[in-house]
Design a protein around this ligand. Structure first.
Ligand SMILES: Nc1ncnc2c1ncn2[C@@H]1O[C@H](COP(=O)(O)OP(=O)(O)OP(=O)(O)O)[C@@H](O)[C@H]1O
Ligand SMILES: [Mg+2]
Length: 373
């Protein structure tokens, strides 16, 4: 994944291209660039140090123009919105909101979510994390507040689709799309001509045909988005879902985006209509859900002739806790429980040991002072 691919997945880049097929939104790019934000954070002149060394008076910054612009946008979008930054929504912070949801009615609702979200911090501080071209300079980013009309989306209707070289990865159903049919016809015509021309070319043709058929035998990589739950309707409507998603892809998305490798999220509503929800970079910063990035990039899926490349939970047994739950407790607890940070674990054990030694000492002292029985 290159930095440019990340840049192309910003909301303000893809939204104008796919406006007709996604939820109505407003995005304000008049906000600060990364360097402005850092400048603001370092602006010590805003802090008025009082004589008393222990108290500091900080004047809260005000943005009257920005606030009224946001309020206007919220009203224009029907009074309640779903907020995002250039790439991420504060999904990890919904528990802090009064309504435990990302549904916002005012600027302070948005500020609360943004300030509490690690995902938003990621957008601000590490947008190019895991990019392969780390040596190249970071492209300039204009931060934007995105407000999307609030829509009651049923999580079971959401799917994530992985596109490599402008194909749904390993999309065997792609063989049915118009473009692929044309390609097949062209290949067949070329092959016939080659066969007729010479035996030498015939051997080349065999090699060519093998390559083509491999590419056409790709299987689709589409995953249920809310993979922690089992939805019976997905099992029942597997075929319709696949057809609807693939038709949407070939009619509206394929070849229309700036990159040929990307991940897009869709929502299939109760009438069977498919809507675009988001575009994400094709790389590890994007959650691969029921696939692994190794599978998605290794070509294993493309070689496979059988097997479900449309993946979804098939029974209650696979139900898991929501991955966002871990953001509700302090980071240290999570690191300790998963054992991911060995140093934290060592510090924790040392702390425990010293606490134990302290209490043993106290007990000894108390024992010494105790009146003889
Ligand atoms: N306009 C909306 N109204 C209500 N809920 C929404 C709206 N847009 C998205 N959602 C919900 O929020 C979830 C996250 O939205 P979105 O994909 O835009 O966030 P994201 O930060 O890009 O997520 P990811 O990190 O997985 O790419 C969606 O799966 C959907 O359930
Ligand atoms: Mg996204």
């Amino acid at each position: 994944m290159k930095k440019e691919q990340v840049v192309n997945c910003q909301f303000s880049v893809w939204y104008p291209i796919f406006k007709k097929h996604t939820i109505k939104s407003d995005h304000d790019t008049q906000t600060h660039s990364n360097s402005d934000l850092n400048g603001d954070l370092n602006a010590e002149e805003d802090i008025q140090w009082s004589d008393d060394e222990t108290t500091t008076t900080v004047t809260a910054p005000e943005f009257p123009e920005f606030s009224s612009h946001v309020l206007e946008a919220i009203n224009a979008l029907g009074g309640s919105v779903f907020p995002k930054l250039n790439w991420s929504a504060p999904r990890d912070a919904n528990w802090i909101a009064l309504n435990s949801s990302l549904q916002c009615h005012s600027l302070s609702d948005i500020f609360l979510l943004f300030k509490s979200s690690d995902f938003i911090t990621h957008d601000l501080t590490q947008p190019f994390l895991l990019c392969s071209d780390q040596d190249s300079p970071d492209p300039a980013i204009n931060y934007e507040l995105v407000l999307r009309k609030w829509s009651e989306l049923i999580p079971g209707g959401e799917f994530r689709c992985f596109v490599k070289e402008n194909k749904l990865i390993g999309n065997k159903r792609n063989g049915r799309s118009r473009v692929t049919i044309i390609i097949i016809i062209i290949i067949v015509v070329v092959v016939v001509v080659v066969v007729v021309v010479s035996a030498l070319c015939l051997s080349n043709y065999t090699i060519q045909l093998e390559l083509h058929s491999r590419r056409l035998a790709l299987l689709p990589a589409v995953s249920q988005r809310d993979y922690t739950q089992y939805y019976q309707h997905i099992l029942k409507q597997e075929e319709q879902i696949c057809q609807a998603v693939e038709a949407f892809f070939s009619q509206h998305i394929q070849y229309n985006f700036l990159d040929e490798d990307f991940v897009f999220d869709v929502y299939r509503d109760s009438q069977g209509r498919v809507w675009l929800i988001d575009l994400n970079p094709f790389g590890e910063v994007t959650d691969s859900l029921l696939f692994s990035w190794e599978e998605l990039t290794s070509g294993d899926l493309t070689q496979q002739q059988e097997g479900p490349a449309f993946r979804y939970a098939t029974s209650e047994v696979t139900v898991q806790p929501s991955p966002c739950l871990s953001y509700r407790i302090p980071r240290d607890f999570v690191d300790l429980s998963t054992g991911e940070d060995a140093y934290k674990l060592i510090d924790f054990l040392k702390l425990k040991k010293s606490q134990q030694e302290d209490s043993e000492e106290e007990e000894e002292e108390r024992g010494g002072d105790a009146p003889p029985q």
